[in-house]
Design a protein around this ligand. Structure first.
Ligand SMILES: NC(=O)c1ccc[n+]([C@@H]2O[C@H](COP(=O)([O-])OP(=O)(O)OC[C@H]3O[C@@H](n4cnc5c(N)ncnc54)[C@H](OP(=O)(O)O)[C@@H]3O)[C@@H](O)[C@H]2O)c1
Length: 342
């Protein structure tokens, strides 16, 4: 990391922003090199930075002066406004929202998969990241793609309420307390009651489409990412909001280009550094959200194949949505980006 690099973390009071600060601290980035930003609402609050704390500043063009790197852990509408301001201030920018994922002019980077795009020529100073489910699904599919070839992966994602940020977490806390006290809660941040329930809707629906934006995002982001490898496996499926707080779980059914027994699939998964294989079902060892939080690896296990359809393999994965699925990607991409010549 450059000695003079100053980093702005925008969205520092949020689920992802707090993880970004923890990741920077874990990498021994001194507090003097990090500034925390939020909206007008959180101006003046303190956020934890290891043993220290940082005072939250209101994000603005003026406030971004002097920063070499800005990490945006903000809602898409805020990212759309703030990314150009940070870029104009001379900073490299990485955005975790879906504001730019559909914009072919903004590189989409998944660290550990296509990190090379950060060293390539591109216009502007902004790059964006895929979401947490795409992060997990692409890392799971990648070693299978390189060894067997992949036609498609069908995903059912069980998404923790922290996918909806601090409001999602607060909503499940309140709904659980209400329901245990015999009160029927009124959904606010989420589209339906998630307490003791499963909701097959995460985020809004795409215009004139039966797919949610979350689901459509997986297909779009995976297509962009695999295109950087000259390949086109399709990732599609259903996003379900579940009553857990942190850590997403996903079943992934993969159609390979050639038949492969589960043992060979497991061996291929073990070669990918982004993955940790947990697959001893007889000893109750398999991925679970409670095991994955704070682990930078995507967990994968329950690998099964079927004699009746030998080119299909089904497995279960888990990812720390706020950590691996967002904050670590922000920090790894950002620090790499900041090595580019100004
Ligand atoms: N949570 C996940 O699992 C996850 C995974 C991958 C990607 N993402 C993406 O990461 C982003 C952040 O998600 P999150 O879960 O951390 O949300 P969150 O908990 O709701 O936090 C949002 C943060 O953005 C700040 N913010 C909102 N409007 C702002 C504005 N106009 N100017 C400056 N700061 C503003 C908020 O600050 P205030 O306190 O001032 O409101 C807060 O710090 C989203 O785009 C989300 O889609 C999230």
């Amino acid at each position: 990391m450059r000695d003079d690099l100053k980093i702005g973390v925008v969205g520092a009071t949020g689920v992802v922003g707090r993880e970004v600060l923890a990741a920077l601290y874990a990498q021994d980035v001194p507090a003097e090199r990090v500034r925390a930003f939020g909206s007008e609402r959180s101006k003046g609050l303190d956020v934890e930075y290891g043993e220290d704390s940082l005072e939250v500043e209101q994000a603005s063009a003026e406030a971004f002066r002097g920063l070499g790197l800005v990490l945006l852990a903000t809602p898409a509408e805020a990212s759309r406004r703030l990314a150009p301001l940070a870029q104009a201030a001379g900073a490299w920018v990485v955005d975790a929202s879906n504001a730019f994922r559909g914009d072919g002019a903004v590189p989409l980077v998944l660290p550990g998969f296509n990190t090379d795009v950060l060293a390539a020529t591109f216009k502007g100073r902004v790059v964006c990241l895929p979401g947490a489910i795409t992060t997990a699904a692409v890392h799971v599919v990648e070693p299978l793609r390189t060894v067997f070839g992949v036609v498609r992966a069908q995903v059912t994602a069980m998404m923790a309420v922290s996918s909806a940020g601090v409001r999602g977490v607060a909503e499940l806390e309140k709904q659980t307390a209400d329901l245990l006290s015999g009160r029927e809660p009124e959904p606010q941040a989420l589209p339906n009651r998630v307490g003791f329930n499963l909701v097959p809707q995460v985020g809004g629906f795409m215009v004139n489409s039966p797919w949610t934006e979350e689901e459509g995002g997986w297909t779009l982001e995976a297509a962009r990412l695999f295109a950087t490898k000259g390949d086109a496996p399709v990732i599609a499926g259903t996003a379900v909001q579940v009553p857990t707080f942190y850590g997403h779980g996903l079943t992934v059914s993969v159609q390979l280009k050639k038949a492969a027994p589960a043992e060979q699939v497991r061996a291929a998964l073990k070669t990918h550094r982004a993955l940790k294989v947990l697959d001893v079902p007889g000893e109750r060892v398999y991925p679970m959200p409670m095991l994955v939080t704070s682990d930078p690896a995507v967990h994968v296990g329950r690998v099964r194949s079927f004699p009746q359809a030998p080119e299909w393999v089904t497995l279960f994965a888990a990812v720390d949505n706020a950590g691996r699925g967002a904050a670590l990607n922000l920090v790894e991409a950002g620090l790499r980006l900041a090595e580019r010549p100004a």
